[in-house]
Ligand binder design. Structure first.
Ligand code: 5GP
Length: 376
């Protein structure tokens, strides 16, 4: 047994230091990057932000909007082959650029490879994959990456998840272009609670990005983004790409109905009747959408054959606030990122880590003083 004494940090433990900048307007920054990979020969131009390959958001609707905005997309592994082929066919009509940015989630124990073979044979392209195994440390992951790379030499391969530099390097040298970094930090994740394993996301990204870049690879920071500022922090830590689930879960384009809930507020309507009065409770209605982890019992029941008794559920089922169209969320994220870049003088996405110094802080966000008259 050994204890690592170095403090491990999350996004919420830091703020980015503003620095001299010649960027006069948020419009003057370039959010796109030419992604050149270690193995995949395609150069993909885009902004390395994508939705997680999770049940409600790894669908075609969210993907289409992400791709329209120049972002990446990641489909979940439960789409049937006919729908996948027709979706990729449509993307191909818009040019090479779009289908290349759309990854397909595949797992260790499913028919993902057969799906890839069918799509690739049918369409004559090699679609990118996110080879998704919650525990990227098991030997089958590395072995499968080697086989995938052998069979699909031109494929954009992203694999995960891990949180340490050694295995990041290993997976890249085995054939991965991008390694997904993040264990236990997802908003719908119960891994930390159920297994006691995980690592704070910022520290994980800093270490893994450094290792990946040493050997010509890249990392995708996966999980733990709760606000646009976290996106700037993840890029600042060295992430080449960022994947997020919860941020997109409350949107119109995510699967599932809007759920309305009525709450009693602290407000009262006072009705006077001569010398008596009654106080009527004021209610408000809030809107939500359901969101669930891919290892939750619900996801396993929805997409599989129920939860095997030897597996604990490592995902939660939750309601997230309804936030309207995914395009509003995308614009808010990209607007925040542009602003981060202008605060630190980063003209291009790739400049962010070079320009980034973090402060370790106790409070990330301003405190909101409720029930005060300040500012009124
Ligand atoms: P978020 O952006 O919501 O914080 O995190 C999204 C990420 O959480 C996903 O990309 C995936 O890596 C992770 N995730 C999704 N479902 C589950 C789950 O059921 N269990 C665990 N441990 N992680 C999950």
């Amino acid at each position: 047994m050994r204890i690592i004494q170095e403090k491990q940090l999350d996004f919420s433990d830091v703020l980015i230091q503003p620095r001299r900048s010649t960027i006069e307007s948020r419009k003057c920054v370039d959010l796109t990057r030419d992604y050149k990979f270690k193995w995949c020969p395609n150069v993909i131009k885009g902004t390395g932000i994508m939705q997680a390959n999770m049940g409600t958001i790894g669908n075609f609707e969210v993907s289409k909007k992400m791709l329209d905005y120049g972002l990446f997309a990641c489909l979940h592994k439960h789409h049937n082959i006919e729908d996948l082929i027709s979706f990729y066919k449509k993307l191909m009509k818009d040019g090479d650029d779009k289908w290349m940015r759309c990854l397909l989630g595949i797992g260790l124990r499913d028919n993902g490879i057969e799906k890839l073979r069918t799509i690739n044979n049918e369409l004559g392209i090699q679609v990118g994959v996110k080879f998704d195994v919650p525990n990227g440390y098991i030997p089958q992951v590395k072995e499968s990456v080697i086989k995938l790379r052998e069979e699909f030499p031109d494929m954009f391969i992203m694999v995960g998840n891990v949180v340490t530099g050694d295995i990041t390097e290993d997976l890249i040298l085995s054939g991965a272009d991008v390694v997904c970094v993040g264990v236990g930090g997802g908003s719908a994740c119960l891994t930390r609670k159920q297994t006691g394993c995980g690592r704070p996301q910022l520290s994980a990204v800093i270490e893994c990005a450094d290792s990946a870049h040493q050997v010509g690879g890249m990392v995708c920071s996966d999980g733990g983004v709760t606000c646009p500022g976290d996106v700037g922090k993840a890029f600042g830590a060295g992430a080449d790409m960022i994947m997020m689930g919860g941020m997109f879960a409350g949107t119109d384009e995510a699967d599932g109905e809007i759920i309305e809930k009525r709450y009693a507020t602290n407000e009262r309507l006072v009705h006077s009747y001569g010398i008596t009065e009654s106080h009527e409770i004021v209610y408000e209605t809030k809107k939500y959408k359901q969101f669930y982890g891919m290892s939750s019992t619900l996801a396993q029941e929805k997409f599989g054959n129920g939860k095997p008794s030897y597996r604990a559920s490592e995902g939660r089922v939750t309601l997230v606030p309804y936030v309207g169209s995914v395009t509003d969320v995308i614009e808010e994220i990209l607007g925040g990122l542009r602003s981060t870049m202008s605060y630190i003088g980063a003209k291009k996405l790739k400049d962010i880590p070079k320009q980034c110094t973090f402060y370790r802080v106790n409070n990330q966000l301003n405190r909101i003083y409720e029930n005060t008259t300040i500012g009124k």
